[in-house]
Design a protein around this ligand. Structure first.
Ligand code: B16
Ligand code: MG
Length: 216
C-alpha cells in the first residue's frame, strides 16, 4: 500500500534548473571560463557547495574554503533574485491535478528537497497548502544520495519508508530513495533514472490510479 508521496522540488514540481543555470553561468563568466547547459545537468539534485566544486572542476580552478563560500553566496544572491519573481505559472504541467488527486485518495504529501531556498519557491508558486510536511536543505545535514531528507519526510507524515513513494528527477535522489528503503518514480529520462521503480516523462496526466499501476 501507499500512505505517502514525497516530492523533490526542482525538476519535479517546478523548473528552477534554468535559474540555477543562469546564476552558475554568470559566476563562470566572471571567473573567465565557459559553462554550458550540458555541464549544468551534472548539478541537478546536488547540494550548493557540491555544485560549486563541480563548476570549479569544469573551470580547472581551485580556491580555499573561505573564497568558495563567498562564491557560493554570490551565486545564491543572483539565484534568489530570479526565483523571487516566480509565480504559479511556473508549476510544471500536471502537478496541481496530481497533488489534488493524491489528497482526495487520502495520501499524505511531503516535500523532500535539497534546496535551502525551497520556501521562497513554494510561497511564490502558492504550493505550500498542498503539503502535510516540508523538508528542505535547511533541515538536513547530509545531501542526497544520503536518504536523510526522505527519511525525515516519511517521519514527518508518520509513515514507514515501505509505504512511501519518492518522485525525483535526479539520479542522486533516486539513490537516496532506494537507500532509504522507499520506492521511487523517476521523472525524466530512463538514461539517468534507470534505478527508479518506475519512470515517467513528466507528471502530466499522472493520477493515483496510474501510480498504483506503475509501482505494483
Ligand atoms: P540551493 P531539489 C536541488 O533541489 C537542485 O536540484 C540543485 O540543483 C541545487 O544545487 C540544490 O537544490 C541546492 O539548492 O542552492 O537553492 O540550496 O532538486 O533537491 O529540489
Ligand atoms: Mg530535483
Amino acid at each position: 500500500p501507499i500512505e505517502a508521496c514525497l516530492f523533490d522540488l526542482d525538476g519535479v514540481l517546478v523548473d528552477t534548473a534554468k535559474y540555477h543555470f543562469i546564476a552558475w553561468k554568470r559566476l563562470a563568466d566572471e571567473l573567465g571560463f565557459v559553462f554550458t547547459e550540458q555541464d549544468n545537468e551534472r548539478l541537478k539534485g546536488v547540494s550548493r557547495m557540491a555544485s560549486l566544486d563541480i563548476l570549479l572542476e569544469i573551470g580547472g580552478l581551485t580556491f580555499d574554503e573561505e573564497t568558495k563560500l563567498t562564491l557560493a553566496e554570490k551565486k545564491n544572491t543572483w539565484y534568489v533574485d530570479y526565483i523571487s519573481k516566480m509565480d504559479e505559472s511556473e508549476i510544471l504541467p500536471g502537478v496541481l491535478a496530481f497533488l489534488t488527486d493524491l489528497r482526495k485518495n487520502g495520501i499524505r504529501i511531503a516535500l523532500g528537497s535539497a534546496s535551502k531556498n525551497a520556501m521562497i519557491i513554494l510561497n511564490n508558486t502558492h504550493l505550500v497548502p498542498y503539503f502535510d510536511a516540508i523538508i528542505d536543505g535547511t533541515h538536513t545535514s547530509s545531501a542526497k544520495p544520503d536518504p536523510e531528507v526522505f527519511l525525515l519526510g516519511a517521519k514527518a507524515v508518520q509513515s514507514k519508508p515501505e509505504a512511501c513513494v519518492v518522485f525525483e528527477d535526479a539520479e542522486a535522489g533516486i539513490e537516496a530513495a532506494t537507500r532509504g528503503g522507499m520506492r521511487s518514480v523517476g521523472v525524466g529520462s530512463p538514461t539517468t533514472l534507470g534505478q527508479a521503480t518506475a519512470i515517467v516523462p513528466s507528471l502530466e496526466e499522472m493520477t493515483y490510479e496510474r501510480l498504483l499501476q506503475l509501482i505494483s
